[in-house]
Structure formats: C-alpha cells, structure tokens
Design a protein around this ligand. Sequence first.
Ligand code: HEM
Length: 343
Amino acid sequence: MSLAFKKETFRDDYTYQNSPKAIKRFPFPFAEDTYMYSVNIEPHTKGPVGAVTEFAFDIDEHYVAECEDKAKTLALDAGRYQALPHMAEAQWDFLELTMESLSNDYPDLFSLKKDGLLWTWENKPLGIKNTFTFGDSTSFDMDPMEYMGRQVQGDFVLLDQRNGTLYADAGFITSQADWSLAFDVGMAWHEWHGPVPQVTKLGVMDRALKFLMALQLGAPVRRLNWTMTINPRLDTSPENYPLWGGDRNKVTIDNVGELVHLRVELQSLFRLPRSNAILFSIRCYLINMNELSTSARWAKRFHRVLKSLHPDLVEYKGLTKFKDLTVQWLSKKDDGAEVALGT
Ligand code: HEM
C-alpha cells in the first residue's frame, strides 16, 4: 500500500484538508436522523479494504503532519504524556501491539525484526530506526508508551483493572476533545465519566464498564464518538482553551463551511497480554462542513441530528455558540426526503 503524506498544519494557519479519498473513507457516525448516547460497542474486526477499520490502527494521508503536531504539543506541555509507575509492563504491551500491528499491516512503511529480546524497529515515514531490548527501561531516552505514542495517529490511555473498575493510569493525549489527562490520570471509570450528561439514567456507563471488564485478549472492540470543533485543531485541550475557545465566536453564516468541523473519534479497546491492562485508543478524524456536504446524504442526516440534538448534549459538547448557524447552513442541503438506509 502506498500513501502520500500531506504537508499540513493543525494550528496557526490551519492548512489541513481532506483529499476526496479521505472524505470518502470518513467514519460518518450517524445511522439515524437522531442521536443519543448508547453502549455502541462492536467487535473491532477487519473492515473493508481502504476503510478506517481495515486495520487495528489506521494510518492515513495525515500521518506525518499529525505526528509533527503531537511533537509540538508535547514540546509545549510534557504533561500530555503521563504514566503511573505500576504501568511499566502495560507500556511494553502497548509498544508490542502497535509495532506488530503497524509492521504487519503497512509493511512498506514500518518494519519490526526480532532476535530474541533484541528488536529492531524502523519507521520509514518519520525516519526512525532503533535496535533495543524489549522490556529494558533503558532502551529509549523516553518511556516505551511515549516512544510509540509519538509514532501512531491518535491518543492512547492504558487502563488498569482492579477493585471492580478501570483506572486511567497512563496516557498519551495530544488530540483530546476538551478533557485533561493531567486532571484524569489515576481516576476510576465513574469518576472521569462524571461530567457526561444523561448517561446515568440511561445506564450506559454501568453496562459499558461491565462489558469492558470482561474484554478478552485477541477480541478488541470499538465504538464511534463525535463532537464538533472550530478549525481543524487536534489539540483542543482545557490547558490550551485560551488558544481555541474564542474561535467559537468567529463562526458566521458565510464561514460555517470552512470553519465548522465534525470531529469523529474511532475508539478501540484491546486487552493486553502481560499486564492484563486495557489499551483505549482514540483516533480523531476531522471534516469541515464543505467537505461533509460533498455527500448529499451526510449533509441531510447531520442537519437532522444537529437540529434535534438534546440541549444537554449541545451544552456538554460545547456547540452552543455555533450550532444554530450550522443547522441554518445545513438546512439548505436538506430537501426533507428520507435518507437512504444504512447511510
Ligand atoms: C466521555 C462513553 C470508554 C474516557 C464520554 C462520553 C460518552 C462516553 C458518551 C461523552 C462524549 C461526548 O458527548 O462527546 C463511553 C463508552 C465507553 C467509553 C460507552 C466504552 C467503550 C472510555 C474509556 C476512557 C474514556 C476507556 C478512558 C479514559 C472518556 C473521557 C471523556 C469521555 C475522558 C470526557 C469526560 C469529560 O467531560 O471530562 N465517554 N466511554 N471513555 N470518555 Fe468515555
């Protein structure tokens, strides 16, 4: 498989754009004209060729630019990577899973050679090559989770399972939708999910936790989550709120198409072999309203979802300042006819 990596930015001049091919494979998350939280978990099995679910970890045309953006975020705030000491074994599990997946799934981009515990990893797009001893904490000049977190698109949390719940005890978080690793690290499932509205009465979090506690090795699962972001910005963290929060006031009916983005997270969860921890991967996809509207069905459906969205979700997702303008903009693309099944 050959991929042309784009030179683009996720901050300042925001040159990020999706090619027609990237738009076509965008993980549009709505199967109905309305949306409410649910336990939308399914097996993370191999999807169709070219789909974002074809492989365990999706590498796309934004790979190099996204890794550069991760490095910039970490240089400004080293706290975006944090791991509690008991997560060392889980970090090596994470390194093994990502190295094996990438080298098997994208052999012309990544390679992994093993000679006992002496491993050689090569990442061609980023120009990285290292021979190291698996499990030896002196292998890199950083922790193994940070080493691979910098080389795979998306964010990563390692969850420790104990006391009948899951704890977010390590994370590499540079493209989060307004939550803070520094705040959440060490927290338990119901603590970090505390701010999410509506879910307690729906029973979503209790059921999802029960399901995940029984997650089996070799049987990963996935779900989609979504929100909206102004500009194609990966790092919408609370720490940097002053850098992006005010952009929500800049939306007008004339710039909705360019400024307003649907932000979809492909979240997948893997049981890890040695530590029994769970890897939670959060892969972010951004598409602006102009790009989204190249699909008449998506524009129609998103118009209806947004128009009918529960006020608690509008507020929690931070859409209050630009939702009505976006609905108005999208209404021009909605002829009122039924959206074809499965779209
Ligand atoms: C937020 C569900 C797993 C971390 C949310 C939201 C939902 C949700 C519905 C609100 C999102 C929004 O409206 O944009 C679930 C379900 C899971 C799951 C069903 C099971 C697969 C996880 C895991 C983590 C996590 C494993 C690991 C850290 C978070 C965080 C937030 C969040 C940090 C933001 C909370 C805040 O506002 O501070 N989750 N989640 N979730 N989830 Fe999960």
